[in-house]
Ligand binder design. Sequence first.
Ligand code: NAD
Length: 308
Amino acid sequence: MLYRSLGNTNLEVSAIGFGAAPLGDVFGAMTSAEASATVQHAVASGINFFDVSPYYGVTLAEERLGNALVGSRHQVLLATKCGRYGSSHFDFSAATVTRGLEDSLRRLKTDYVDFLQVHDVEFGPIEQIVHETLPALRHLQEAGKVRWIGVTGYWPGLLARILKQVPVDTVLNYCHSNLLMNDMDLELTPVAEQLGVALLNASPLHMGLLAGGSVAEWHPAPSPVRNAAAKIVSLCQTHGVRSATVALNHCLSHPAVATTLVGFRSVDQIDDALLALAEFHEPELMKEIRVIARPVMNSTWISGLAEN
Ligand code: NAD
């Protein structure tokens, strides 16, 4: 495993991070035994960063992760979130995020988390997140229940704006830096680097579109993006490589990203990600991928409140 520094935290984090959304069955049903085996294989492979949320599978992912980490909790960095709950209900008030953390700690079978992140800031009043939610997270840090705090969301420009207003330790952006997107680097990457905020890149497979399997029915990407992704998947097949390996290799080579969070559903997918860490020289293939991606590059979908 390759390890990188995590912003200003003095922590070393595995370049591949474990995204636990699939443990909530959001990409299809898993058994609890499969969930545990996947998590335990990740720990044995040197993955030391686990990202979850009470929102994933309406608490199922936190419960499964907590069960799977019994005995290895202290070997890993555990990150959960606050503000997004249930099937998609947002509440960024200090009282709710404080109570929400207690519930998360119980499910995760631990008395602290390494990271508590505000989940999907674009759905909140930004004033509230800056002046109420993040200060509440700092109180939780002072109380020893949280080691570091952060923000997550879809829009890189909005995250950059928040970073400039209030100190945080980590920033997680998803679906904005992969084979179909590169606009995380326009504003967010330089701001995070300048401030020493650890940059976490999530959804390297564009929430499964570049994985080569079936696509989740809730996936918000417009059809031109889906079509381009499908073309990339079959192009990789004709070159005798798996699109997931190519897509992960591309993300893992980003120099400013501390960890790339991959949503894992199986032991085999972890082994694939480890392979993707290796050197990969396919300049012709990458050129052809860029030609397919160019017309849809940086296509987005609606996410969050209109005023944000
Ligand atoms: P992803 O791009 O990592 O894709 C996950 C899908 O790819 C799953 O269906 C998985 O089965 C499949 N997959 C993974 N490895 C594969 C392989 N080698 N071969 C074939 N298929 C493979 O999407 P994601 O799960 O949305 O993102 C990763 C993690 O980032 C999440 O689990 C979550 O922890 C985090 N995340 C956070 C936010 C947020 O905070 N707002 C948003 C998105 C993602």
